[in-house]
Structures are given as structure tokens and as C-alpha cells.
Design a protein around this ligand. Structure first.
Ligand SMILES: Cc1ncc(COP(=O)(O)O)c(C=O)c1O
Length: 494
């Protein structure tokens, strides 16, 4: 064929495009932080266990503004008696905002490892990952020595029936294993760790990305969020929710105002977090309660992954326990100096402005370009995309990813292999989002397409190239038909 070699297009890489990084704002914030010794000195010393206090306070206010679903003047489905028959509005603990509920972390990945160190036991705790899952979390569970099972996402964000069945079964299996040696139930299941006054070992971990999930883009419904919290309470489970995409949301329908005409629209979260529901749902956790949900937040998607700073929010008791993680006790909270810079970004509103005026319009445009290309190039070939993606959930979509399903019988790994071989197109096939160690929930014809990394035109060209691969496969043409995804490419996966 000849001609110039094709430029590679990478729709696997889940990073922000470099043009979207707030470099200037971070430089100004760093200058401000390092020019004031009342900030730079604590910033450059060991930090307190739960993190840089001014950032904890700024975060409490900022998160409250975004997630303020319990404000009686703000009407949301949460006021619905359907979900809260005993009424709500009592936020539990000390009202809002509450810095004591927040810990500064080194980002969602680092904090997931800390959560497992403090609140799980390899003999006692079992993990349930909602699948398709954020693949890189699998190794964090494995490093902690935990056994992991998969539970499907279903149509509402988590398959509650399968999850409860699994929880029930694992309790009765444990009972069978221990009943001959003990007359107790849970208490008799062996633990490796000694009890510590600041922590609690949960029997189960439920790991999910409830809003604009990586990889599926799906958002868990409110009713499933409420039921999931109830289930976690019933089975002594901790829900770890990676709430890392919540701030990146935009209207999907053409009738909605565009974000360029209304940059501050959607400044409120689409739905309450699982941690908010756990805070408000009767019986409201008291000051001695560890609760059953933690929100694992991050500045990676809104400031930059290299910032390596995030936050965790849970009950005060839980948050204190998390701050007592061995590595924080020894080295102080993670990301201490960066926390001083991020605090400047929040206090000056530079980060909020960046989200409103740069990120949301950019991702809205990128999403629209890609979804239109999918409708044009792939849907006529039998590829499908969930309705909640095309039109959004209640007209809103967000995050970094679009999940598509190839025509039945078409192997996404083969498509990804062919795409690399013939089109210089890097794709993420469904297989890599199966839970490692429990591959029962499968995604043979799923593909995740990322719209945050490549240039806008390349998003469209990438979908066009994918269309050619799918068409050729349907017509039985080209390639060996056996090419599989190149594991090398997974090095840059997020
Ligand atoms: C669901 C999810 N959790 C965690 C992370 C990593 O977060 P962090 O950069 O804060 O470690 C990502 C990044 O892609 C993600 O998609």
C-alpha cells in the first residue's frame, strides 16, 4: 500500500489531554504557598496524621457546596419518603461542613491501599468488586492479600440480587467452616490482625465507582445507592466508592443549555454519594460509629494525576482510624506540601473556575464528538451504546469513558488486536475489566473508549478506524483473525 505510516491513536489511555492541565494556576498557587512561611514551613515539615488542616477545612466547605443534598431548601429525590420513611435532614455527627470527616490522601489509589491496611484482614475480609471494574484496583486488593469476587453492574449500577446472594453464601460457608470449633458465628472466624482501638475490621469490602464509572460510564441509581448502603449495614461491609469523576459532568441533550453559555451549570452533584446516604439514612450513625461507606476522592481528574493528592470522607471515627494508618503515623499525612498548593487552588476558586470554564466544556465537546462518530460509524454496523450514555442519566453524562458493545459473537480482544495491527489504533477490550481472580462476569464484546486523552479530531478518526476494523471482520476480510491485544499497551492504562 505504501504512503506515510499512520499516526497512532490511543483510545485506551485514561489521562487528561495536556492542554487541559491547569499549569499556570498551579504555578501561581505554588508561588503563593511557598512565599508565605506560615504555609511553606508546615508544608515542608511532617504533616499531622489526617493531613494539612487548612485543606481539610477548605475541602469540607467545597464538597458540601457540591454535594449539599440535605439542605432543606434544595429539593432532591433524597427528601422522598420512598427512600427515607423516617424523614431526613438530620445530617448526623456535627452537621456540615465538617473537616473532621475528611482525611488528606495521596490520591485514590494510594488511599485504597491505606484503607485496606487499616480496615481489612486477609483471613476475615472478602472483597466484592463491581464489574466491569477499574482494573488497576485489582492489584491493590491482591497486595493486601484479599480474596476478591466479581459482582455485575446490572442496569442500575450494581446487581444487588447477585451481591446479596454472594454475601449470604459467604456467611453460611464461613459458618460451616467454623461451627465445629465454635458456637459463635462471625466472631469465630479467624483473624490475622490484633484488634486496635482506632480501627475496625470489616467482614466485606464492596468496591465501586458509582458515578460516571471507569470503565462503563454508568451511574448507579439513587434507589440502588440506598439499597446498597442497607446491604452493607446488614452484612458488616464497607463500601469503598471511588468518587473521582463526579465533578466532570455536563448536559447531553441538545435542548439543554451548553456549558459555554452556562458555565456554572451543574455545580451540584447529580446524586448523593454513598457516604452521604450512609450519613443520613436511619439509623443515623452516632459518634461511635465507623459507618459503612467511605468516599475516595482525588484531584487527579480535576487538577492533574501528577498532583498525587486526594481526600477520603467518612464518619469522624472512621476518618481518625484511617489517619492512624502506619505509614501516615510514621511519615505524616501523604502529599503534605502539595496539599498546601491545592489549598491555594481551592481558596482562590482557581480550581472551580478551571473545572467550570475549561474542563467541563472541553469534555462535553470531546464526548459529543465521539458519541456522534459512534452513531455515524459504528451503530449502523450493529455496535450498541447504552441509552444512559447517549442521552445521559437524567440528561447528564460525565467522566472520561464511553463503553460500547460490539455485535454479538465479535471478540473485542480480536478487534483490539486487529485495530493495533492494521489501523495503529489502541483500544481497551472488555476482558481487561474483568475482576482478576474471579472472571465469571465477562465482557467478551465490550470496549472502553476514552475521550479525554487524544486530540479532538483523533477521537473522530479513531472511531472511524474502529468502524473499518469491525466492518472487515463482519465481511471476513483481512488479518489473521487471531491478533489479540498487546499487553505492552496496558502499561499506560488508567
Ligand atoms: C475509578 C478510579 N479510581 C482511581 C483512579 C486513580 O486515582 P488516583 O490518580 O487518585 O490514584 C482512577 C484513575 O483512572 C480511576 O479511574
Amino acid at each position: 500500500m505504501g504512503g506515510a505510516p499512520k499516526k497512532q491513536i490511543n483510545l485506551l489511555r485514561g489521562w487528561p489531554n495536556p492542554a487541559l492541565l491547569p499549569t499556570t494556576q498551579i504555578k501561581l498557587a505554588a508561588d503563593a504557598a511557598l512565599s508565605d512561611s506560615s504555609v511553606s514551613t508546615p508544608g515542608l515539615l511532617y504533616g499531622p496524621d489526617p493531613g494539612y488542616q487548612p485543606l481539610r477545612q477548605s475541602l469540607a466547605g467545597w464538597l458540601d457546596g457540591f454535594y449539599r443534598h440535605t439542605d432543606p431548601t434544595y429539593t432532591t429525590p433524597l427528601s422522598s419518603p420512598q427512600y427515607f420513611p423516617n424523614g431526613n435532614g438530620n445530617r448526623g455527627e456535627s452537621g456540615r461542613p465538617d473537616a473532621e470527616r475528611i482525611c488528606i490522601t495521596g490520591g485514590a489509589s494510594q488511599n485504597l491501599a491505606c484503607l485496606l491496611q487499616v480496615f481489612t484482614d486477609p483471613l476475615y475480609t472478602k472483597v466484592w468488586m463491581v464489574a466491569p471494574c477499574y482494573f488497576l484496583a485489582c492489584r491493590i486488593f491482591d497486595d493486601a492479600g484479599l480474596r476478591v469476587s466479581a459482582v455485575g453492574e446490572g442496569s442500575e449500577g450494581v446487581d444487588l440480587v447477585a451481591l446479596e446472594k454472594g454475601l449470604k453464601e459467604s456467611e453460611s460457608n464461613a459458618f460451616e467452616e467454623t461451627k465445629s470449633t465454635s458456637n459463635g458465628f462471625q466472631a469465630s472466624i479467624e483473624k490475622l490482625k490484633q484488634p486496635k482501638p482506632w480501627s475496625k475490621i470489616y467482614r466485606h469490602i464492596i468496591y465501586c465507582v458509582p458515578t460516571f464509572s471507569n470503565p462503563s460510564g454508568k451511574t448507579m441509581t439513587l434507589s440502588h445507592r440506598v439499597s446498597l448502603v442497607k446491604l452493607a449495614r446488614k452484612y458488616n461491609a464497607l463500601i469503598i466508592a471511588d468518587d473521582v469523576y463526579d465533578f466532570l459532568q455536563w448536559p447531553t441533550s441538545s435542548s439543554s443549555p451548553t456549558l459555554s453559555t452556562s458555565p456554572s451549570s451543574l455545580r451540584r452533584a447529580l446524586l448523593p454519594r454513598l457516604v452521604d446516604i450512609d450519613r443520613m439514612l436511619d439509623p443515623i450513625p452516632n459518634s461511635e460509629s465507623f459507618g459503612n461507606a467511605v468516599s475516595n476522592g482525588s484531584f487527579s481528574k480535576i487538577a492533574g494525576p501528577g498532583v498525587r493528592t486526594g481526600w477520603a470522607e467518612a464518619t469522624r471515627k472512621f476518618t481518625y482510624g484511617l489517619s492512624q494508618c502506619g505509614s501516615s503515623r510514621s511519615g505524616g499525612a501523604p502529599s503534605q506540601m502539595t496539599a498546601t498548593i491545592v489549598n491555594e487552588l481551592l481558596v482562590s476558586s482557581a480550581l472551580q473556575t478551571h473545572i467550570d470554564t475549561v474542563l467541563k466544556p472541553a469534555y462535553q465537546k470531546r464526548f459529543t464528538l465521539m458519541i456522534e462518530a459512534i452513531k455515524r460509524e459504528l451503530v449502523p454496523l450493529g455496535v450498541s451504546v447504552a441509552e444512559d450514555t447517549v442521552n445521559g442519566k437524567d440528561g447528564v453524562f460525565g467522566g472520561y469513558f464511553i463503553w460500547i458493545e460490539l455485535p454479538k459473537g465479535m471478540d473485542a480482544e480480536v478487534v483490539a488486536g486487529r485495530a493495533k495491527e492494521e489501523e495503529e489504533l489502541i483500544l481497551a477490550p472488555g476482558k481487561i475489566f474483568e475482576v482478576q481472580g474471579d472472571e465469571r462476569v465477562k465482557f467478551p464484546n465490550g470496549l472502553r473508549l476514552c475521550f479525554s486523552w487524544e486530540e479532538e479530531q483523533d477521537l473522530v478518526d479513531g472511531v472511524r478506524r474502529l468502524g473499518r476494523v469491525v466492518k472487515e471482520l463482519m465481511e471476513g476480510k483481512g488479518g489473521t483473525g487471531e491478533a489479540k491485544v498487546d499487553k505492552q499497551d496496558l502499561g499506560e492504562f488508567q
